[in-house]
Write a protein that binds this ligand. Structure first.
Ligand code: CA
Length: 430
């Protein structure tokens, strides 16, 4: 090779690199290079359960700040009703702009259904996690096969014959995920949750006490509570939600629509920080540090050892059941074999609303599948998720539907045909 051709080749390589770099810059620039955040602050509420991990991690590990959101406050909420009341007030009034929600709380708040008629439009922006929830059963009921598939549903159906009261089922907010999970499980086992048990909304600490004193029989909630019940020897795990519906939708990030509309760049920056946090949370090597951060006094204020096991997918089920030892059965935050965790599939919002319709919850505010779809289209902002993903070089899912979902009892939910799902269900109010 002559000296001249060598130089020429180097020049062409340099030119080629420069050209690609320019083209790449332009492609990003023309597409969605996000602008500077309009504000650097937001107040996001959270509940001390594993669902909130990505919000806390994004703040503590500097992922929000990396994209210019240097003043994010993640604020612990006393309970779900407080979170709801605080988002109605908004941060200007000392409340919150958004944060972590059970479903379909953002839709119900948007419609004023759980806010005394006051409509506060919200946007669902991302899913925080899948799995990490379970149903705990009181120790007094050991040995009767009250597991995922019950040995004898009559133990619960005929509970009052020997106990002078119905079987008591607790959760932390009416009509949210945790009530829907326990209703699904009971009905799949042939028990009518409206007729054959007593449903109660109680705070977690009181529920654990109730299980110990024998006034609460079952409790549906997020980790680390179900596990804590086993560790405290107050009960056993009847079922993990991961066993009921593999990689099911769980809790979400939703923010007031007025905040998002006013601060579109800040919304994208928040989402990008969340994506980094969710990816960080899903690395098994980070779960120890994550446990340390979350269990701290500022956040969950619990012993590290009751958090680390669920984060490793290690569940002592109790009552003679085989223990679960699989990282992929614990809470997950970014990706599973069923696809994205973070992306808010419209098909999942729809399931929550259809399930609300199935049980006639909240004064029957969802009366038709069309109405449910219209509400999903107003509240779910997967388009903003996609814009943030593009800015971060993340490939979004190809469809707003994750496709057909299968439950542990063989029932299928085809988002394209929710009526067929409702028809398959034996116990329902529609
Ligand atoms: Ca939950």
């Amino acid at each position: 090779m002559s000296k001249g051709s060598f130089k020429r080749r180097q020049f062409l390589i340099a030119l080629g690199t420069a050209t690609s770099a320019v083209l790449l810059d332009r492609a990003v620039g023309y597409a969605q290079q996000p602008g500077k955040p309009e504000v650097t602050k937001i107040r996001l509420g959270y509940l001390p359960i594993v669902e909130s991990a990505p919000l806390i991690i994004a703040q503590e590990k500097g992922f929000f700040a990396k994209y210019g959101m240097t003043g994010v406050e993640v604020v612990k909420q006393a309970n779900w009703a407080s979170a709801r009341d605080n988002v109605v007030i908004g941060s200007a009034g000392g409340g919150i702009d958004g944060g972590q929600w059970q479903m379909p709380m953002p839709h119900l708040i948007t419609e004023g259904v759980i806010t005394n008629g006051r409509k506060v439009p919200m946007y669902v922006l991302a899913m925080l996690n899948t799995q990490g929830n379970g149903i705990a059963i009181s120790k007094a009921l050991q040995g009767q096969g009250i597991h995922l598939r019950m040995k004898d549903p009559n133990v619960i159906k005929n509970f009052s014959r020997t106990n002078n009261r119905k079987f008591k089922v607790a959760y932390t907010f009416p009509g949210g995920n945790q009530e829907l999970w326990i209703r699904y499980w009971l009905a799949a086992n042939g028990i009518d949750p409206d007729q054959e048990v007593e449903l109660l909304t109680i705070p977690p600490a009181e529920t654990v006490q109730g299980m110990k004193t024998g006034t609460v029989d079952a409790f549906s909630t997020g980790d680390p509570w179900p596990y804590r019940i086993v560790e405290d020897d107050a009960g056993f795990l009847g079922a993990l939600t991961a066993q009921m519906w593999r990689f099911h939708p769980e809790e979400y990030l939703a923010i007031r629509a007025d905040w998002v509309d006013k601060n579109p760049n800040a919304t994208i920056a928040l989402l990008r920080g969340l994506f980094d946090a969710q990816q960080w949370c899903d690395q098994s090597g980070n779960r120890q540090e994550m446990t340390k951060i979350l269990s701290g006094r500022n956040f969950f204020n619990v012993k590290e050892d009751i958090l680390i096991d669920p984060f490793r997918g290690q569940y002592t089920m109790g009552d003679g059941q085989r223990n679960v030892t699989d990282f992929n059965m614990g809470p997950m935050y970014w990706q599973t074999s069923r696809g994205s965790v973070s992306y808010p599939y419209k098909s999942h919002d729809l399931w929550f609303l259809i399930e609300t319709m199935r049980w006639g919850l909240h004064r029957g505010f969802i009366k038709s599948v069309d109405q449910a779809r219209a509400l999903v289209n107003r509240v779910n902002r997967e388009d903003l998720w996609k814009r943030a993903a593009q800015a971060s070089g993340i490939k979004p899912p190809a469809s707003t539907s994750r496709g057909v979902e299968t439950f542990f009892d063989g029932v299928k939910f085809d988002p394209a045909n929710p009526q067929a799902y409702l028809q398959q269900l034996k116990i329902k109010r529609v």
